[in-house]
Ligand binder design. Structure first.
Ligand SMILES: Nc1ncnc2c1ncn2[C@@H]1O[C@H](COP(=O)(O)OP(=O)(O)O)[C@@H](O)[C@H]1O
Ligand SMILES: [Mg+2]
Length: 523
């Protein structure tokens, strides 16, 4: 009764409604993007900025040279227990045209990567989340310097107006760029817990170096320790090309958007101009299948017809699978170089699977296995997960690759034991990596991906198995040779002593040499 009375005082009219901006949304829900506590936030900030720098180099074929510095605010004089840091990153990437600099760093969901091609950035969010976190924890502004290699370097001092989701420019300066430097410098202050984040940050950098062996990355931490990850090759993977949407990945909204921009007067033109790998012949077959006349003006399609086209696109079997030109996988040589550089294993094997697609999005899986060297031993194997050349360090237990690895039970067949120093590597390259969260930490279960990862793991496991068999037999032979080494001379001596006639002790060395040579040939 009391409850009803309480409610009776309320009226629907009293409710307040409001709209919040995307910046406000992510301010309220920053854990969605990996900024939930000071440890995770400092890791995520470094990660997002580094990924932006790598994208800005790689998309233009520039071998990345990136300097990352985290220092205490106040420099040398700062209290070493301080939790306020200055984060600065400098890259030699493409730079940003000056008119876009403020929005690129001051407006959430603004970016240049909303295209169908493989890049690290996806949401137009990461860099801004780092700056926003700095702003709300230290009330600081961000300093951005950038040049696209022309006469000027532009410097902005800005903050994000969270409520309006707009950059607020507090200062702007133009400097002469005598050397035609191109690149970007980002600097801001944020609260964090570096001591706790340090192991993950270093792991992240090491794994980044592994999948970007052509990049030079230098990190200076607040204690002044310098970590240098050198490039071991000047070869870079071919940059990804932008592609049109594949019919299997289209929904009603995609079609509507294309209709608003197309200049095609009829459906035959529409279908063969705006979709990935659809030429006139396939377009004609599809229209016949969908029961739509080739002459219909796309602008005149009504809602039902658009829905029907989308449904028909999903069931039509005559489309070609997406090609992989929009992807930029590492390739076996580069991935091997990266792994060898960071782990120095005794054995490594990499396999790049054939391109495949899920829901119209092409993907390529690269799988590897390493044994020995600095590969950490442990139960259940170390798993290194990468997506579009980004290491994924959190939520491994929920990741598709970990599930596949755990479900694989036939290790005995491969002569593999779970406590051996073995690491598996899974690299997912796609125009749309099926992450489960905007924090980009783990890959969701997709049967198409699962099949490729599983087959890749089986294939590299077989190669590892062959290596282990040989290793075991070489080890066995070595032990045998040791026994011979030790006992043959003694046996020769004893037999001579026992012989009825006095003889010279036979020389066993030629026999041992023969055994040694035989073993070397085997190895
Ligand atoms: N270091 C950089 N060099 C060049 N462009 C950059 C750099 N950092 C950010 N940008 C630009 O700013 C945009 C927004 O970055 P970000 O907020 O991290 O989102 P995303 O990387 O998902 O697009 C990028 O799309 C890119 O165009
Ligand atoms: Mg980004």
């Amino acid at each position: 009764m009391a409850l009803t009375e309480e409610y009776a005082e309320k009226s629907f009219d009293d409710e307040t409604f409001m709209e919040i901006s995307p910046a406000d949304f992510f301010y309220r829900n920053r854990d969605l993007a990996g900024f939930n506590n000071p440890t995770r936030a400092i890791y995520s900030a470094i990660r997002e900025l580094l990924e932006n720098s790598l994208d800005a180099c790689e998309l233009y074929g520039i071998p990345p040279k990136i300097l990352l510095r985290l220092s205490f605010e106040g420099g040398e004089k700062a209290d070493p227990s301080s939790s306020t840091y200055v984060l600065k990153i400098m890259d030699n990437g493409s730079g940003i045209p000056q008119e876009f600099i403020p929005s690129a760093f001051g407006q959430i969901l603004f970016g240049s990567k909303y295209k169908l091609r493989q890049v690290r950035g996806t949401f137009g969010l990461g860099g801004k989340m780092a700056i926003l976190y700095g702003q709300i924890t230290t009330n600081s502004t961000a300093r951005i310097l950038s040049s696209i290699g022309k006469q000027e370097i532009y410097e902005f001092n800005l903050r994000i107006d969270i409520q309006s989701n707009k950059p607020e420019i507090l200062g702007r300066r133009v400097q002469e760029n005598a050397d035609h430097w191109h690149g970007t410098i980002v600097e801001f202050t944020l609260d964090g817990d570096y001591p706790r984040a340090m192991p993950k940050i270093l792991e992240y950098l090491q794994q980044t170096a592994m999948v970007n062996p052509y990049a030079e990355i230098i990190f200076i931490d607040p204690k002044g320790r310098l970590y240098r990850f050198e490039s071991v090759t000047s070869k870079m993977p071919a940059p990804p090309k932008e592609v049109l949407p594949h019919p299997y990945g289209c929904d009603v909204e995609t079609i509507r958007r294309i209709i608003t921009v197309t200049t095609c007067p009829n459906m035959l033109c529409f279908m063969s101009r705006h979709f990935h790998r659809v030429g006139r012949k396939i377009a004609k077959n599809f229209l016949d299948y969908a029961g739509i006349s080739s002459d219909v003006d796309p602008a005149k399609l009504n809602s039902d017809e658009i829905v029907r086209i989308v449904q028909m696109m999903k069931s039509f079997t005559g489309f070609l699978p997406p090609d992989a030109s929009c992807l930029s996988p590492l390739g076996t040589e580069l991935l091997e170089a990266g792994i060898v550089k960071e782990l120095e294993p005794e054995f490594v094997s990499i396999e790049q699977r054939e391109p495949s697609a899920y829901s119209g999005f092409p993907f390529i899986i690269e799988v590897g296995v390493a044994y020995g060297g600095n590969t950490p031993p442990g139960s259940g194997f170390t798993l290194y997960r990468f997506a579009n050349k980004i290491p994924l360090l959190y939520d491994e237990a929920s990741d598709l690759s970990r599930r596949i690895l755990n479900e694989k039970k036939d290790w005995k067949r491969y002569k593999i034991q779970q406590d051996m120093p073995i690491a598996f590597f899974v690299h997912v390259c796609s125009t749309k990596v099926p992450y489960k969260t905007v924090g980009k930490e783990y890959i969701s279960d997709r049967p198409e991906l699962e099949k490729e990862i599983r087959n890749g793991m089986n294939s590299v496991s077989r190669k590892l198995s062959r290596f282990l068999s040989r290793k075991i037999s070489i080890e066995h032979d070595r032990r045998r040779l040791n026994v011979f080494n030790r006992y043959l001379p003694k046996i020769a001596q004893f037999s001579t002593d026992l012989a009825p006639k006095k003889r010279k002790v036979p020389d066993v060395n030629p026999l041992l040499d023969r055994l040694r040579r035989y073993q070397e040939e085997e190895a």
